[in-house]
Design a protein around this ligand. Sequence first.
Ligand SMILES: Nc1ncnc2c1ncn2[C@@H]1O[C@H](COP(=O)(O)OP(=O)(O)O)[C@@H](O)[C@H]1O
Ligand SMILES: O=P(O)(O)OC[C@H]1O[C@@H](O)[C@H](O)[C@@H](O)[C@@H]1O
Length: 517
Amino acid sequence: MGRKKSATAVAKDESASSGVGLLVFTTVVGVGAGVGLYFWNRLKRRKASPQSRRCSKGVAMTHEQLDVLEGYKSKCTMSKDQLNALVDDFLRRMNEGLRSEGQMLKQLPSYVERMPNGEEAGEFLAIDLGGTNVRVVKVVLEDRKVKEVVAHEDAIPKALMRGTTKGLFDFIAKQVKLFMARHSARPTASGTKVPIGFTFSYPMKQTGIKNGELICWTKGFDIKDTLGKDLVGLLEASMREQEVEGEVFAILNDTVGTLAASRFADQDTQLGVILGTGSNAAYIESKGNISKLSAGGSDGGRMIVNIEWGNFKSDHLPYLAEDREIDEGTPNRGSQHYEKMISGMYLGEMARRACLRASREANLFGGTQRRRLEKPWSFPTSLVSEIDGLGSGRLPQVKKALSKALDILEASVSDGCAHFVTEVCRLIGDRSATLAAAGVAAIYRYLTQSGQVALDQRFVVAVDGGLFEHYPRYKDRMDKTFGDLLGGQAKRVELVHSPDGSGIGSAVIAAAAATSR
Ligand SMILES: Nc1ncnc2c1ncn2[C@@H]1O[C@H](COP(=O)(O)OP(=O)(O)O)[C@@H](O)[C@H]1O
Ligand SMILES: O=P(O)(O)OC[C@H]1O[C@@H](O)[C@H](O)[C@@H](O)[C@@H]1O
């Protein structure tokens, strides 16, 4: 049994228990008041900024989102003065590249000196190593026409882009072998071997139509032991190992092929442009102007020059913090700045970074969705063009596309957020097309000012590449910039989509090389 307590002891107990009671009571009141204050403030905040209320109804963006968007708009939109300054810079760099090696614009001689004239004929196999795919194309040229084109492409495994030279060229040779088995490419008059045109969509130094050495990789490739190697030799060695009976008659850049393919059909073609995984252009230059080549004088002839315009850089480019971040994450850090602002490999990543920034600074998509946005390279360019194509007039479909891409509930994407993303995608698409057009306009100015192209002449620009082909209203946006930069002369510049241009052009140039042997 417990011992009996004294009166003092009982009093202490009672005062202790009333002290504990008071403590419990003040704690409950304190916590209650804190919770009430928290919700009162939330309610006040919601009342204070009507925007947030409107955002929950999905009508508009919040002030913070509008601020972020305005920031992008002011940086991405280029004035005519800025565009003209950019063009002047580009012209200066073109001339530097013609005078000496190792310049910003490499201005690489292609050794294609006889311009296609439609007389080229025969059956050829074009092998095209691009930034995303290897394409094998059987081309039959007959009676001034492209009689047959059979193409097959396979995505290049990412591991091969950073593997070994032999691994890559064995993969290419395997694609050729599979294609020849599938499409029974026949030996031609040139003997038992199938004449091949090798389109190589990377900067290479050539000393003839049949040779090329890799200068540097771009896009997603980074295979150290290919630099300086004889690319035709590598391909022919891998083909021999795979018992593929083919002989490479020409190696060329895809811009050179695109120009040649279009010129085969239309003699007013002056420029070949690629807007695909990467971006680049080639044009026809008087050999006398390629002073690094014709130091000993020139025969007055012409040659197609591969500009390698992706490496262009200028203080007048609308460069964003996100461009710098993207560059940091690429294997060719510090180069190809112009390409990284234009081409398909990078536009999706730009959109992702812009949305991530808005998510951090302006609560776009709320907190949880941020995890999805934080994965580099997880936003495909096809999503940017899909959303840009829908536009802010079709926000329900935009929300559906975003919820699918980010794997989130459609209901969790407010109209204000969908509107923000649509505007950002439009800005990114506009910037890409404007910059690509500025490059074309610069070359137009160069050729007309040097008297190589008359002002009243058609200036046909052959364009190939998945970005130009699939991005909505890309051509229209380029045409608008031609108007801004060239005024009345803009009507001379005709953008022509040249599908399979680099493949057909490769066959056209191989045909010319085969006949001039
Ligand atoms: N729907 C699309 N909208 C915009 N760009 C696209 C779309 N689909 C593909 N692309 C872009 O096109 C590129 C592929 O271009 P393509 O010319 O076919 O291949 P490559 O660049 O390897 O020669 C992709 O890297 C991608 O950036
Ligand atoms: O056809 P793709 O892969 O988009 O390549 C376009 C351009 O991509 C650039 O990165 C290359 O330096 C160019 O040589 C090439 O023409």
